[in-house]
Design a protein around this ligand. Sequence first.
Ligand code: FES
Ligand code: FES
Length: 160
Amino acid sequence: MNVRNITLDVNGTVRSATAEDRTSLADMLRHGMGLTGTHTACEQGECGACTVLLDEVPVRSCLVLAVQAHGRSVHTVEGREGPGGELSPLQRALVAQHGLQCGFCTPGLLMALHYADGAGLSAEQAEEQILPCHLCRCTGYNGIRAAVRSHFARAGQAAP
Ligand code: FES
Ligand code: FES
């Protein structure tokens, strides 16, 4: 068993943890760093629950080894809160449009939508390119679609 010390910039703070070579980034974030907002379900790259941003790009953190993330930048859902735990505009849109129920899929979906927001995708592009990559067993997607449309329509009028 080969254990290494892994150092990441996580949500703007440099943090370290030990991980075996086989440890996934998702497991290191959850169990090594206590960032349990990143969820795991399928652990096969299918469901999107574990999505985080690695060097600003969405990845399935169940498919990335912790050692591959060494020295790189990671953003998790914990980093999306504003000062004092204030919700981000996307989080507020999901709440307002009933875009979540159990919330299990929500952190990964949020990270991908934040990426889409920053990349300048339209609501239609976000619906077509992001939502099919995130399995939600609760909402039927209607509330999620409504949240995406309302948020991206606003973001088109003003900076997010
Ligand atoms: S847990 Fe990573 S894609 Fe499902
Ligand atoms: S809100 Fe429950 S899985 Fe999406």
